[in-house]
Write a protein that binds this ligand. Structure first.
Ligand code: NAG
Ligand code: NAG
Length: 574
């Protein structure tokens, strides 16, 4: 594991060799990382102590601050979203066709320019599964969100006003109509996609507008997701500098700020105009997942979100969000699936790569199996073992075609060769290395079982041997592979890999997850079948004590549980 020191508080950041910028989320896992994780958690809980003191103090002293939070006030967020959704979609709700509906059951709003984002209109033809219809409440919430986004987007008077307020250094205290979550880039592509979806969910829950500060390496990856307005933050004209290198500048992270006020016995009556939220693998702001802090944050117009994780499951621990999430997503397993299909659409250049490749190699097959291999440095094993693990997993979960059937018809000349013209099964390999592709190819070329039913083609689009998170072209190729994986009927993914998480979520598939070789030991169980499509939150908040009304504990315990591939992570289950 390559380690670099990132300045901030002497905390160590792990550099990943992951796929494509899927530079894994794979953050605080095992082995070497453990020590560091513990340190982070410890820091987190130390911060909590003065905070509690602060709250006790602040409740006694009426002059104190924007943070003074009456816990009793915690009420569900008003649903002030417009009724546009009802108008447009009313009456059609119960009868949406689930397959090949280009608007995905009303999930996507009609009326956007088809040519500017072809994937938005075409992807439904490629996905093999659409297991969950969006709830009417979600649809209404999305249409309300879109209307809000149009009112508040860059270029509007309300946006200009909110930026002016930001310049002033303090919050408008209810004087602005629009409040924002600004997504900041952090980590590889898979991580970024997960935090975008989580940030969007948070914006939905809190009546905010999601804007993305897109760095050059991601500027042409995704289409504009919202009709009639941009989601790009005009970073050049933004009063907060250095948005693309924030990691170090966590002085304004929410917890630090609160901590500072406690130390200074501050009695400032006004909320700051912005705070950073550190919700990634370092998780400095575990307090974020407390209701009382959510109430305090309501008064801050600009939240700058710095995360590389899928933190959605942890929002369920906040009572008011829990109620709303239940209404939005009757099936918890559908959160990432529906939101990622709503929000993320590959831009035309990426979409061209995806569709060209799909048509040439994957479309001819009757069945497509995606195999995504991610080897972490801290959990590396020899390629032989990895390959053995893949085959053992495949046997256990009945994924790849078996080759050891004897006594079948003689092999046909074209049968079973890697890349054969009309394979019945196409195996699409996404990996940094060509190793597994070569082995699988020769496995099926050498296979005895013949006949049309045994024809297998093995395909790999790229193998770059190393990651290059900073390059746009690299990220485009990586994104293309995520979508190609998501168009498969079956998936084998690598545990802890955000690349695999995102692919499964988009696909709507419960993958067979290859377990990680912690401490370089080949796991005894090669893989586990996911019990939920949802991605894992690899760094959930721990040891944070909240004062607010607790969430329904039984419900929480039932729906947010330990991940199949990581005992310290949690995810949504039904
Ligand atoms: C904080 O300041 C107030 C007056 O502004 C004072 O009464 C109180 O004792 C101070 N608390 C601490 C912990 O210093
Ligand atoms: C695969 O399974 C075989 C038979 O159970 C076992 O001997 C072998 O060690 C396994 N290989 C790996 C890499 O898990």
């Amino acid at each position: 594991m390559e380690m670099t020191t990132s300045g901030a508080g002497g905390v160590t950041k792990l550099d990943d060799d992951d796929y494509p910028s899927a530079a894994a989320a794979d953050r605080c896992p095992p082995g070497t990382e453990k020590k560091m994780c513990r340190r982070v958690l410890l820091v987190g809980s130390l911060v909590t102590l003065p905070l509690l003191a602060f709250f006790v103090f602040s409740r006694e002293n009426a002059s104190v601050a924007w943070l003074q939070v009456a816990i009793a006030q915690l009420t569900a967020t008003n649903d002030d979203d417009g009724a546009a959704g009802t108008r447009v979609y009313g009456g059609r709700r119960s009868s949406w066709p689930r397959a090949h509906d280009e608007f995905l059951g009303g999930l996507l709003a009609p009326g956007m320019d088809r040519r500017s984002c072809r994937s938005r209109y075409q992807s439904s033809r490629y996905y093999k599964h659409f297991p969950f219809a969006p709830s009417p409440h979600l649809l209404q919430k999305l249409r309300g969100y879109e209307a809000r986004h149009r009112r508040c987007a860059p270029g509007t008077p309300l946006y200009a006003k909110a930026v002016e307020q930001l310049r002033s250094g303090h919050s408008a205290e209810g004087g602005t109509e629009c409040s924002y979550v600004v997504w900041l880039p952090f980590d590889g592509l898979g991580n970024r996609m997960l935090s975008m979806v989580s940030g969007f969910l948070y914006a939905l829950l809190t009546g905010r507008v999601l804007l993305a500060a897109l760095p050059p390496d991601s500027s042409d990856l995704f289409c504009e997701p919202f009709p009639g307005a941009t989601w790009r933050l005009p970073a050049e004209d933004f009063p907060v500098a250095n948005l693309f290198g924030v990691g170090q500048d966590m002085e304004r992270s929410y917890t630090k700020l609160v901590d500072g006020m406690v130390a200074a016995n501050a009695t400032a009556g006004v909320a700051p105009s912005y705070v950073y939220l550190s919700l990634g693998w370092l998780l400095r702001d575990g307090l974020f997942f407390c209701g009382e802090h959510q109430l305090a944050l309501r008064r801050v117009d600009w939240l700058l979100l710095y995360s590389d994780l899928y933190f959605a499951p942890s929002l369920y621990a906040v009572a008011e969000f829990q109620d709303e999430l239940r209404r939005l997503f009757p099936e918890k397993e559908s959160v990432h699936h529906l939101l990622s299909r709503y929000l993320l659409h590959p831009a035309n250049p990426v979409w061209s790569m995806v569709t060209r490749y799909y048509r040439a190699y994957l479309a001819p097959a009757a069945r497509r199996i995606g195999v995504q291999i991610r080897m972490f440095d801290h959990a590396s094993i020899p390629a032989d073992d990895m390959y053995g693990q893949i085959l053992n997993c495949s046997r256990q979960e009945h994924v790849l075609p078996e080759t050891d059937d004897v006594g079948e018809a003689a092999p046909s000349p074209t049968a079973s060769s890697g890349g054969s013209k009309n394979p019945t099964t196409a195996i699409f390999v996404a990996s940094l290395y060509a190793d597994y592709y070569r082995r699988l190819t020769s496995r099926y070329s050498a296979a005895k079982g013949g006949g049309a039913t045994r024809r297998v083609g093995v395909f790999q689009r790229t193998h770059e041997e190393r990651q290059a998170t900073e390059s746009l072209a690299h990220n485009q190729r990586a994104l293309a592979e995520i979508y190609l994986l998501s168009f498969c009927e079956e998936l084998v993914t690598s545990g802890l890999s955000t690349f695999g998480y995102v692919s499964s979520g988009l696909a709507g598939i419960r993958p067979a997850i290859l377990l990680t070789a912690f401490d370089h030991v080949v796991p005894e169980t090669p893989c586990r079948r996911a019990a939920s499509i949802e991605p894992c939150n690899l760094t959930p908040p721990r040891g944070v004590e909240c004062l607010s009304r607790p969430a329904d504990k039984d419900d929480l315990a039932r729906h947010v549980r330990v991940c199949e591939d990581f005992k310290d992570g949690v995810k949504f289950f039904d």
